[in-house]
Each structure stands twice: as C-alpha cells, then as structure tokens.
Design a protein around this ligand. Structure first.
Ligand code: AMP
Length: 462
C-alpha cells in the first residue's frame, strides 16, 4: 500500500514502526463555534484512513487533541459573557454530535489541551534545560535558530520562513520566527500556575504534550489540513525532535486539501462557512459524507449546491442498488445466470482495492462502484454464490467508507413494502393520486419514506 507523505513529498510503501500496530494522531478542532463542512472534509477523510488501515488488519490507536484554550475561545467567551471553559464545553459537545451523525467513529481517544497542562509545563522546562527555549517576561519561546532542521516539513528555507511567516511583533522574542511555548497571563484571561508565573500554553506544544504522552517518541501517522503544515506541524517537529533527539518524529504526514467556496478556503474567520448542522437540515448525513469522499483527500473541493445535489442523486442511486442486493439471497443454487454480475463484481473489487491502496484514493474507489450498482439493477440476482459475494463486498465497502450501512430494519419485510409500492404504482398509473398519497402518508407513519423519481419509486427507513 502506498501513502503520500508531506515530509518526503512522494508516495511511500506503508510500513509502520512496529509490526501491525499503527499509532495515529490528527489535530482536532479549536472549539469556539459550530464545525463547518471544511472541518468535516478533513475528519471524514482521516476517519476513512483509520478505517481502511483497520480493515487491512492493522491495530490502529487514533488520538485527536482538542484545542480548548486559545485566543479565539477567550475572545468569543468574552463577547458572550461566559467562561472560556463553558464555551469550549458547549462546542466540544456539538463537535462530537456532528461527527457522530457523519459516522466519524474511529477516534480512540480525544485529549483536551487543558487536561494536559502538566505535561506542557514539563516539556517546556525540558526545552529550556536543553537550550532550545528561553524565558522572557513570563513567556517562554522556542528558539528556532537552535533547530537546524526547521523548515524540513514545509520544504522552505529558513530565510523564506522568516519572510513569509505571519509573525506577531513581539519585543519579548529574540527573533520573529520564534514561537510561544508558554504565554504570560493577560488581565482577565484563564491561567495556570507555572515556574514562569501565571499563564497558559502556546498552541504547538499542546499537540506534542499529548502525542508524546500517548503515542511515544516516534509514531506512524499524523494528519490535518494543509494549512497546518506551517507553522503548526513544523513547530511540532522542532519541539518533539529537540526533546527526544529521535528522527523522524512522525513517519507519514498526511495533509488534506481544502474545502473551498468560490476558490477560497472555507473558514470561520473568513465568514464564508456553512456549518455541518446547517447542511444536515436539508441533506442526509450520508449524502454529505459521500460528497466529501467523492474526491481524493489531498484534492480540494470547490463547494456548490449543484455538486452536493449531484452527490445526493449518485449516493441514493448506489444505496438503492446495494440495498436490493443486500435484501436478496439469490434463488438459484446452481448459478449460471449471473455471469455479468460476477464479472463486474470481480473488476469492481479489483479497482476498488487498487484505488484504496494508492494513497486512500476514495474518488477512484467510489467510481469503481457505479458499474457494480448498474449490474445489480439489471441482474436477476439468482446465483446464490455470486449474490453472497456481492453482499460481502458491499459490507466491506461500508465498513471502509462508513457509507451504505444497513439501518436496523425494524422487522420490516422488504417484500411487503415492494408489494405495497407495486399497488401504489398501479394507482398512480390510473391517476388515483389521492389513494397513492394516502399510502405514502401511512408508510411515513410507519417510518418508511418514499421518493418518486419519474416512474421509479425508492424507499428507505427513516
Ligand atoms: P481548526 O478548528 O480551524 O483548528 O481546524 C481543525 C481542522 O480542520 C484542521 O485540520 C484544519 O486544517 C481543518 N480545516 C479547517 N478548515 C478547513 C477547510 N476549509 N477544508 C479542509 N479542512 C479544513
């Protein structure tokens, strides 16, 4: 299996540090507002990375940090006249709820920055002791000039980094590119006691305090959006490798492409964002998940409702066919009649796994499913063995992509629904729409939603 790493800028054979164990870390959100669908793009993509590795037999331990203390949280809490902690709790809960709806379920451990301040202080003290950091007026900064590899992840030279970095003017720093490990308290801000007085952690060290604690000195996969490569991940490498002396800190750096709106990054700060909740008021969660996965994780997606509607159509088409196959057990033990389905299944499976093995290419993997859905639609689904292989493949696909999961069928016999819908179809053909609508309403009361599309009618359990 090949995985592209930002560090080497090429696809590499995937080989974890230790056997079949994969230790994985992804930067979690800063919890001060509703998560938007740009966040969803990154977290859904990383969810599939973890799912696929597990599917391949790796034992994945996946940690996500939560930034629950930060300037944006403090400022928003002040505006709302509540404590920073209360604001962070509220939006963390919302984040968990939204991820649950999108079927993002692969994270083993969420670690909040504020619960790891002790480790942050320990790492800061050690960096000062080793000569990589210095204290200045109650602040502590990492001295970038002491780490000669600075820039290796983002691939920039130090001079470019200094010129390009959006660095705050700060007379406490020796050099503008140095970054804060500990920030002294400003009036009215939350604080923790430290050897340098009251203050709070800087952003970058929050992640190394958590990752070194739970994953050790070197680990396998680190993910996040491409905006995090510099300065965040570059700073993490500098902190961790200065602390431990072990290189590389992380084997594979995976960075997701942005969700864009009119070519611009969707971001809370730009005010061009659509929340996950807002979209889920109008669309099914699995439509959004499908929309995000129908692109390779490193590619950007320029959002439009037109594309989302197309994804909605395509997902429903696939889902309806796959349900048809999942409900069937085949009728003919001798087989023979479903040759086309069998052949399509073989080529689809091959294409699907080849794409997933090529740097988790969900775009190509999903594209491989359309011919299978078509073959299911025209197949008599007679050959017991082929049908069973199709069902088993759909189950694998659903485990990997987190899509097409069969809901609890509430003791509903699909044949009965199909029979009722057949009668409804006859009624519609006779233009007896009042009765057809009453059937729709009655089914809806039983938790079955139907959707007419031309002459065809699809149904689902709501
Ligand atoms: P934040 O809460 O801004 O720290 O972002 C949390 C994660 O979501 C990071 O990995 C970001 O890179 C990612 N992210 C934020 N905005 C977008 C976007 N528009 N497209 C893709 N990923 C994003």
């Amino acid at each position: 299996m090949l995985v592209y790493s930002t560090l080497s800028r090429e696809k590499e054979e995937f080989k974890p540090i230790k056997g079949k164990i994969v230790k994985m870390f992804v930067c979690g959100p800063t919890v001060y507002d509703y998560p938007h669908i740009g966040h969803a793009k990154t977290y859904v993509a990383m969810d599939v990375v973890a799912r696929y590795l597990r599917f391949k037999g790796y034992s994945v331990f996946y940690v996500q940090n939560i930034t629950d203390i930060d300037d944006k949280i403090i400022n928003r809490a002040r505006e709302m006249n509540i404590k920073a902690e209360e604001l962070a709790d509220r939006f963390l809960r919302i984040y968990y709820e939204d991820m649950e709806k999108l079927n993002v379920k692969s994270v083993n451990l969420f670690a909040r920055a504020t619960q790891h301040v002790e480790e942050i202080i320990e790492q800061t003290e050690m960096l000062i002791e080793k000569g990589f950091a210095y204290e200045s007026n109650g602040n502590v900064y990492f001295d970038v000039s002491k780490f000669s590899d600075f820039g290796k992840l983002s691939g920039q030279k130090k001079e470019e980094l200094i010129a390009g970095a959006r660095v705050e003017v700060d007379e406490n720093k020796k050099s503008p590119e140095d970054f804060a490990l500990w920030k002294s308290m400003k009036e009215g801000e939350p604080f923790w006691n430290s050897p340098w007085g009251r203050g709070r952690p800087g952003w970058h060290i929050e992640d190394t305090a958590i990752s070194l604690n739970y994953l050790g000195e070197s680990y396998d996969v680190h993910g996040g959006g491409i905006d995090l490569i510099f300065p965040h991940h570059e700073a993490e490498v500098a902190i961790a490798e200065s602390l431990t002396g072990k290189k590389p800190f992380v084997r594979y750096w995976l960075h997701t492409g942005f969700l864009l709106v009119n070519g611009e990054k969707m971001a809370k700060s730009l005010g061009n964002f659509l929340t996950i909740r807002g979209i889920l008021e109008k669309y099914e969660p699995m439509t959004l998940r499908f929309f995000l996965l129908y692109a390779h994780y490193r590619s950007p997606i320029d959002f439009s409702y037109e594309l989302l509607n197309e994804a909605d159509e395509a997902y429903k088409r696939l889902d309806t066919s796959f349900r048809r196959a999942q409900r069937s057990e085949g009728t003919d033990k001798e087989g023979g009649e479903d040759r086309e389905l069998k052949e399509t299944l073989l080529s689809c499976k091959h294409r699907f796994f080849e794409a997933m093995d090529d740097d988790f290419n969900t775009r190509e993997a999903i594209a491989a499913l359309f011919p299978l859905a078509k073959a299911i639609n025209v197949s008599p689904l007679s050959d017991v063995e082929t049908v069973s292989e199709v069902r088993s493949f759909i189950k694998d696909v659903s485990e990997i992509l987190g899509l097409f999961e069969s809901k609890e069928e509430k003791n509903i016999k699909p044949e009965i629904i199909d029979a009722i819908l057949d009668i409804r179809k006859m009624l519609r053909e006779e233009k007896r729409y009042d009765l057809a609508d009453r059937i729709r309403a009655k089914l809806s009361e039983c938790g079955i939603e139907i959707e007419d599309s031309g002459k065809e009618t699809r149904w689902k359990i709501s």
